[in-house]
Design a protein around this ligand. Structure first.
Ligand code: GTP
Length: 396
């Protein structure tokens, strides 16, 4: 039998996801219409002989997480448990702390997934790869090709091709240095002797012993660090729905809105037939969309209202927010270079050269945008009732 561990982090993580992570733990943020974590759970549940999924994190178990776990257990008919670390133990510390629970029942193998990535998660393929190429007690890491700039920024896996395919050497040099600096910072949560980092402390050692193999995927893989990358991840998953979940893709129907490209609409949303949606749009529960509205490359969260003729581009509209008539809410996408096949989305810092980096527009929950104004490249914190337009600002 098999098991899977999903690392979900905790409340101090997901800072680049604010203000959206104030309302919902980042792993539960909807990407292509379903909570980010559900994509991982679906991928795990599809692997034959998968018996249990363990989520490891340091969130206090809250109602939302518990409800998600109950629903997912019922839907996927698999045991899913949440194991809470007493504090941030690092990406390897939780696995070590809960090792008895992971190995109980003697699984023949277990998968470890990061909650904040989106991918087609080729788990069955990795398992066959391991059976074919790996030695007993060896490990397989999923690899994706990145470009030179990214490998300089984050470090990379160097594949050693010999008579055995895929023997890997892991170098996360720059990243390691950054983490080491963090370790020196006494106020930081990382300053714990128990913290173990999978990438630096474990994989590097395993690679040195020749026990780490790399399975390179040609499928999609992207990190979900910032809110902008959630829109990009939605695009990747919506595209995947053509082969995995066609029922989640909206189509042009008599009496329905005009759909252009890949769009997810929750069945409870109320959409005027003269609205035009897509490509890459996800509409949550109970959303109301008025006449002549245009939405493109955006995520509209539950309970939001888009009044007649407003336009929403490259934005995330928070829960229960309202956009007035003829208003325009627009952001700047941070998509990877389309001419570079190996480019990955960069998690831009909020500020560059003392200025707010142009990014997607985010409206926190319960924000009201008046009629006939423009909100451009701005982040609006929750519960704001704006009375004019804003450009390149964080509205506190
Ligand atoms: P950054 O880009 O610096 O964030 O590094 P990274 O891409 O390697 O990500 P990171 O190592 O921070 O996290 C990978 C995954 O592990 C994410 O899903 C995190 O939420 C999760 N994670 C990070 N730290 C911890 C931890 O202390 N405990 C648990 N359980 N999960 C963690």
């Amino acid at each position: 039998m098999l098991k899977a561990v999903i690392l979900i982090g905790g409340p101090q993580k997901g800072t680049r996801f604010r203000p959206l992570s104030f309302e919902v733990p980042k792993p539960l943020f909807p990407v292509a219409g379903v909570p980010m974590l559900q994509h991982h759970i679906e991928a795990c549940a599809k692997v034959p002989n998968m018996k249990e999924i363990l989520l490891i994190g340091f969130y206090q178990p809250n109602e939302e997480l518990t409800r998600f776990l109950c629903n997912a257990q019922q839907e996927f008919k698999i045991s899913i448990r949440y194991l809470q670390e007493y504090s941030a133990l690092g990406t390897g510390g939780g696995i070590y702390h809960f090792r008895d629970q992971i190995v109980s029942g003697s699984p023949e193998a277990f998968f470890v997934l990061n909650a904040d990535v989106c991918s087609a998660f080729p788990l069955a393929e990795m398992l066959s790869f391991q059976k074919e190429h790996g030695e007993p007690n060896s490990f397989v890491i999923l690899g994706t090709t990145s470009n030179r700039k990214q490998s300089m920024n984050y470090g990379c896996i160097v594949e050693k091709r010999g008579n055995k395919r895929g023997l890997a050497l892991c170098g996360k040099a720059k990243h390691k240095n950054q983490q080491d600096m963090l370790l020196e910072e006494p106020t930081n949560g990382w300053h714990r002797a128990e913290a173990i980092r999978l990438e630096q402390d474990i994989f590097t050692a395993l690679a040195g012993q020749g026990k780490l193999y790399v399975y390179k995927t040609l499928g999609f893989w992207s990190q979900i660090k910032s809110a902008g990358s959630a829109i990009y991840a939605s695009r990747l998953y919506l595209n995947q729905y053509h082969t995995t979940h066609t029922e989640r893709l909206a189509s042009n129907k008599e009496g329905g809105p005009k759909i252009s490209g890949n769009v997810y609409i929750h069945p409870t949303a109320n959409i005027d037939p003269t609205a035009t949606l897509g490509p890459n749009v996800s509409i949550g529960t109970g959303v109301t969309i008025g006449a002549g509205v245009r939405v493109r490359e955006s995520i509209i969260l539950h309970g939001a209202t888009l009044q007649d003729h407003c336009c929403v581009l490259n934005s995330i509209v928070g829960w229960d927010s309202t956009i007035g008539k003829w208003a325009r809410v627009e952001g700047t996408p941070s998509d990877p270079n389309p001419n570079d096949p190996y480019a990955k989305i960069d998690s831009e810092t909020l500020f560059r050269d003392g200025k707010l980096t142009p990014s997607i527009t985010i409206l926190g929950c319960n924000v009201t945008i008046p009629s006939e104004v423009i909100i451009l490249n701005s982040i609006v914190l929750p519960h704001k009732d704006l009375n004019r337009g804003f450009k390149n600002q964080i509205i506190l």
